[in-house]
Ligand binder design. Sequence first.
Ligand code: GAP
Length: 514
Amino acid sequence: MAQEDVFKKLVSHSKEYGFVFPSSEIYDGLAAVYDYGQMGVELKNNIKKYWWDSMVLLHENVVGIDSAIFMHPTIWKASGHVDAFNDPLIDNKDSKKRYRADVLIEEQIAKYDEKINKEVEKAAKRFGDSFNETMFRQTNPRVLEHAAKREELHTRFSNALNANDLAELRQIILDYDIVCPISGTKNWTEVRQFNLMFSTEMGSTADGAMKVYLRPETAQGIFVNYLNVQKTGRMRIPFGIAQIGKAFRNEIVARQFIFRMREFEQMEMQFFVRPGEELEWFKKWKAIRLKWHQALGFPASKYRYHDHEKLAHYANAATDIEFEMPFGFKEVEGIHSRTNFDLGSHEKYSGKKLQYFDPELNESYVPYVIETSIGVDRMFLSVMAGSYCEEELEGGDKRVVMKFPPQLAPIKLAVLPLVKKDGLPEKARSIIDTLKFDFKCQYDEKDSIGKRYRRQDAIGTPFCVTVDHQSLEDDTVTVRFRDTMAQERVAIADLASIIGEQVSLKSLLKKITE
Ligand code: GAP
């Protein structure tokens, strides 16, 4: 199935089964804003808990905070967001649609990658088992031609971005015949910078209200609290502060479902280190974070690092962890070595000392910072995309199954009485009554057992427990496993341990400490 079709199916599946709804849908929606439904919120909470526990339980020197969304407006001046948090945008004069110039060019670069991949796929089919992909990529003339064109465009693009050369970005769009997907024309305006922060007004005084911003990242709440936490928690460098919270950006290209939203959620951790030790810690956190992703069990080939060529003004190293979405490899998490830029700048703007006294060195300094920053919604999308499966069954039937890592599944078990009578519903409910304290359970008695299995597959429930007449006699039930569809008769008394072993976050957390 074409990846585009997979993505469309994923979006409609998300809506049909209560994962994600367009916001304000009865008013025709609000662009790039989404609501999480009854299944979505469970999955999202499980992702957040996995991240939070991996930070604050597994690292003695990482603690959490929850700072406010509204912050003093000078913070955004100090952080550089007022002056430099811009996207280069371009309008098509015929369709009147607005685009990010850099995204238009990145999509053109991705087209070369697609062409190369198609050549590789074709050849793999032709040569079968004897196919040597590495050799083919290095020697096939068509692949080499596409790769050279890609490299040429990429270099020109990086140079334009690094030089902040807006005219050159426009020229690239013209030279590469990039057209508006709506009008199909090249009738482009100049490229302009557009600030992504939302602003509003706070209070009302005789002199007028104060302009405040909705935070575009949660990180600044950590920076401005770093000394509060260090002093009250008696933290010693190196130490980290973790936070989960909403962030807001007035994105121009708000497409691809929950990949790029205007209101989204971040899980960020700032790790404060001695100056000079930051690159070593950057390397460590890069490895720790990839392990966190990989512990979920999706194929290793779905992840890759993307080291930044163009570093933000505050960074001396940066990498992304990318996941292969149905629309290509995309950034899910950023790991940045942010130097002492933010704290140094807050010292300057606030006039307050933000230095740390290092008792081992007997000196004071502004710490350097390693940041790990992951979008909850992008992580959610990667888990949805990695889990979505369509399977042909014996007899020509089909099933859509969300093969979630069991620890993240919204519902851990469904309890299904075989029939709606003879005391089976009561027995099923008594099982839920004992298990509900540990696991999110669902009771379902409607329709045939086959249909009920399909419904649970569609929401990714790892265990279906069927209660039948034998259950009344010997306190056993059938457990049906989601991925293999195998069924096993087990004692009701053993359910908690069978399920617990698979769904507890502890098993994931252990994996990342191995
Ligand atoms: N504090 C650093 C920072 O905010 P970023 O690369 O701009 O860095 C970090 O964002 C992460 O936040 C991204 O890797 C992505 O997962 C998520 N993110 C950023 N913008 C987003 C958006 N508009 N919609 C959804 N997630 C977004």
